[in-house]
Design a protein around this ligand. Structure first.
Ligand code: B4P
Length: 198
């Protein structure tokens, strides 16, 4: 199985790049942000609870997102692999993911870390906010809080994956196609299995 983690701050291009990668390598896209927004749209209890945190730019509880990912893994056993986008975001989530994948005998092959400066991140997110309708994209204070959450809770994960020898830094402050080419270059190095690409 080709399991890939897209890692990086909010606005670094994870969701954007996931689109190309899943098509090329025939993988399933698992974005916890998208799953949570679907829960909000459906006005479920989980969604309503998550919304109050997301609107402030804070992370939702680990147990919530781990549960959502576990469901997806259990219900998609015959796929060629997964692209994890926006998950894991804490060390606890990373440990849970390793344990779940161990159960499926399909470890993470590579963690692609998109590097983008703070000024560019804010610019991109506020630009998206003009059309996305996402409350967390509209206001500079909330965007800054998302980046603080990232620096304090998510960035330490880089060491977790570096210790496993899986972390690859990618320059994300370039045109979408150039970033995509760098990502594919790294994926091709670990994609030694039977996944066909075109
Ligand atoms: P996400 O949905 O993951 O939000 P994101 O980090 O902003 O998405 P992404 O990084 O994929 O966006 P992209 O750069 O592609 O999370 C939202 C919230 O959900 C979190 O704040 C949290 O509350 C909650 N949540 C989600 N997962 C969680 C978890 N595991 N644990 C706890 N809470 C969780 O796009 C940004 C913009 O940049 C786009 O407009 C795009 O067009 C543009 N862009 C992309 N690449 C570009 C490039 N190369 N050049 C110029 N612009 C580019």
């Amino acid at each position: 199985m080709l399991n890939i983690v897209l890692f990086g701050p909010p606005g670094s291009g994870k969701g954007t790049q996931a689109q190309g990668i899943i098509k090329k390598y025939h993988l399933l896209h698992l974005s916890t942000g998208d799953m949570l927004r679907a829960e909000i749209a459906a006005q479920t209890k989980l969604g309503l609870e998550a919304k109050t945190l997301m609107d402030k730019g804070e992370l939702v509880p680990d147990a919530v997102v781990i549960g959502m990912i576990e469901n997806k893994l259990d219900n998609n056993k015959s796929v060629a692999g997964f692209v994890f986008d926006g998950f894991p975001r804490t060390v606890k989530q990373a440990e849970a993911l390793d344990a779940l994948l161990e159960k499926h005998k399909a470890p993470i092959k590579v963690v692609l870390s998109l590097k983008v400066g703070e000024e560019e991140l804010t610019k991109r997110i506020l630009h998206r906010g003009a059309t996305s309708g996402r409350a967390d994209d509209q206001n500079e204070t909330i965007v800054k809080n998302r980046v603080v959450e990232y620096r304090t809770k998510t960035e330490p994960l880089a060491n977790y994956y570096a210790a496993q020898g899986k972390l690859k830094d990618i320059t994300g402050e370039k045109p979408v196609e150039e970033v995509y080419a760098s990502l594919c270059h790294e994926i091709d190095k670990v994609n030694t299995g039977s996944t066909h690409t075109h």
